[in-house]
Ligand binder design. Structure first.
Ligand code: LRH
Ligand code: MN
Ligand code: MN
Length: 431
């Protein structure tokens, strides 16, 4: 029996209030879609089967290099974090797994953590290693890099850390390792592009050797930050080279915030699918850089266009296409649980809208070079208000019609605020 964090009565009462309106809206949308030959039930079933992993680091209040303003009831450890993640899943029914970050998450006893996850009805998605900052008591510093460091012993330490992440993940039932490094340079001439990439590849090959047979390894590219002049794994081209050099268990991870402004991310996604190297996503949104804002909060059309590529690939049964869906966000001014709830819903919304695209019509407009109608075909799906589908998928699975309202009326934040001590905020003192 799964342990419930939100009292069943509270959820039922909130759903009860909204049930009739949802029924009417769902029927109206069902009629509209049926006129276009689409079964609303079929779409609702697909949406209900779409899941996205929550990042353990996302349930604590984030911060910037200027300051962090912690909220009430900040999770104290990975056990508290899992409980917050359970709340998100209970209400959305869209986030049954959690992605861990080591050593941000202290996992001294993976077996105990696994049973805590089991009790809450949560599993574990990709493990994330961290060689972009120094851990307490660590022998060698990553100030000048990790997997690509000039010093062999530092590279070895970073390789061993990744292997440790795999071992923890094996005990938890995870099936993937995500590697993002901050290695790069701040000044022209500081490091040799070719030699540092060679060193990186050698280190990754050592990690790859230790990857269990049924695991995948995801490399994550990012244009800049923390290095401001050059970054070793800076773009999808480099990422594709890594995945190809390593072998069939290696794939590219696309974090939506890791590209230059205006880059056509959906096209990168299409290319990686075509060449069978799309591993998965870190969903978030951004205006300027790696802002880590809530998915769909700035440019929902871009998110839809990414999903349009995913649904298109699903539609044509693209080979080796099993992308992992994960959120990677930082919540600085909102309750992280609320941000993650709405992000999971926005990601499902983009998926549902993409499922509504009339693919036959789109293809024929593309073939006849009818640019306007091709673009309208996408817009038509994007303009459809699919909220009744999302709400019905949640309700059918035991979740909330309006998860944020149900969360607020549960008083969860105030309750954990009593048990979890207040955390001091303040300036990071680094600017
Ligand atoms: C780097 C990144 C990467 C890290 C996470 C905390 O910007 O996207 O995925 O693991 O942020
Ligand atoms: Mn990321
Ligand atoms: Mn990032």
């Amino acid at each position: 029996m799964t342990e419930q964090k939100i009292a069943a009565g509270i959820l039922a009462a909130d759903n009860e209030k909204r049930g009739n309106t949802l029924k009417a809206d769902y029927e109206a949308l069902g009629d509209k879609l049926a006129r276009g030959g689409i079964s609303i039930e079929a779409i609702t079933d697909k949406v209900a089967q779409f899941f996205v992993a929550v990042p353990s680091w996302g349930v604590g209040t984030g911060g910037t290099r200027f300051a962090r303003f912690p909220g009430q009831g900040e999770p104290r450890n990975i056990f508290d974090k899992l409980e917050d993640c359970a709340v998100i899943h209970e209400l959305t029914r869209a986030t049954p797994t959690v992605s861990l970050h080591i050593p941000w998450d202290k996992v001294d006893d993976p077996k105990r953590l696994k049973s805590h996850g089991d009790a809450l009805g949560l599993g574990f998605d990709a493990m994330n290693s961290n060689t972009f900052s120094d851990a307490m008591g660590q022998e060698r510093s990553y100030k000048f890099g990790s997997l690509s460091h000039t010093d062999a012993a530092t590279r070895q330490q970073a390789v061993e850390h990744n292997i440790e992440c795999i071992e923890i993940g094996e005990a938890l039932g995870s099936k993937a390792l995500t590697v993002w490094i901050g290695d790069g340079s701040n000044f022209p001439g500081q490091s040799d592009f070719t030699r540092s990439f060679e060193r990186y590849l050698d280190s990754m090959k050592a990690i790859y050797k230790r990857l269990p047979g049924d695991w995948r390894i995801f490399s994550e590219h990012k244009m800049y930050e923390p290095a401001f002049y050059s970054t070793v794994v800076q773009d999808w081209g480099t990422n594709y080279l890594i995945a190809t050099e390593l072998g069939e268990k290696a794939f590219c991870l696309v974090d939506l915030g890791h590209h230059a402004p205006n880059v056509n991310i959906e096209m990168i996604v299409a290319r990686l699918i075509q060449f069978k190297k799309l591993g998965g996503f870190h969903f978030n949104d951004s205006k300027y850089g790696d802002d880590d804002l809530d998915a769909g909060s700035i440019d929902p059309y871009r998110l839809f266009l990414v999903f349009n590529e995913l649904v298109e690939a699903e539609h044509r049964n693209a080979e080796n296409f099993h992308p992992a869906h994960m959120i990677d966000q930082s919540h600085n001014v909102t309750d992280p649980i609320e941000s993650l709830i709405r992000s999971a819903n926005e990601i499902r919304r983009a998926y549902a809208q993409a499922l509504l695209v009339d693919r036959k019509a789109l293809e024929s407009y593309q073939e006849s070079n009818d640019a306007l109608m091709a673009s309208e075909t996408l817009k038509d799906a994007f303009r459809t208000d699919v909220e009744p589908i999302l709400a019905m998928a949640r309700l059918n699975a035991g979740g909330a019609i309006d998860p944020i309202a149900a969360y607020r009326s549960s008083g969860y934040r105030a309750t954990v605020g009593k048990a979890r001590p207040a955390v001091a905020g303040g300036s990071s003192g680094i600017v």
